[in-house]
Design a protein around this ligand. Structure first.
Ligand code: FES
Length: 121
């Protein structure tokens, strides 16, 4: 997995992750932050999502999973996680925290400010 080597924070607190093509298609790049590792995913439609890099099952690295549609399959025990909500696909239950992302002129930005999406945090 790639890891962001250098990050830039703008005045609104967005971290620059890199250009969209630097994130492996159907994979992820790990961004190490004071809030822990965050996996930034890219799907086949070049949509970008960010989740805590920790599976809600037993903490597997979601960044090493395979992206399919708007889901990622955890590499450890094959749980499927919705990339847009962080929720496990039923019948499994759990949630990986979700982080806001935006793409400006092909550059991906990640926010640590508003960790969203998990009712059980
Ligand atoms: S740790 Fe992810 S499926 Fe078990």
């Amino acid at each position: 997995m790639n890891q962001a080597q250098q990050r830039v924070t703008d005045t609104e607190g967005w971290l620059e992750v890199g250009r969209i093509e630097e994130i492996p298609s159907l994979g992820a790049r790990v961004v190490r932050t004071p809030a822990g590792d965050i996996a930034v995913f890219r799907n086949a439609d070049d949509e970008i999502f960010a989740l805590r890099d920790k599976c809600p099952h037993k903490g597997g690295p979601l960044s090493q999973g395979i992206v399919h549609g708007r889901r990622v399959t955890c590499p450890l025990h094959d749980w499927k996680i919705h990339l847009d909500t962080g929720l496990a696909v039923a019948p499994d239950e759990g949630c990986a925290a979700r982080f806001p992302v935006k793409v400006d002129d092909g550059v991906v930005h990640l926010s640590l400010a508003a960790d969203e999406g998990c009712p059980d945090r």
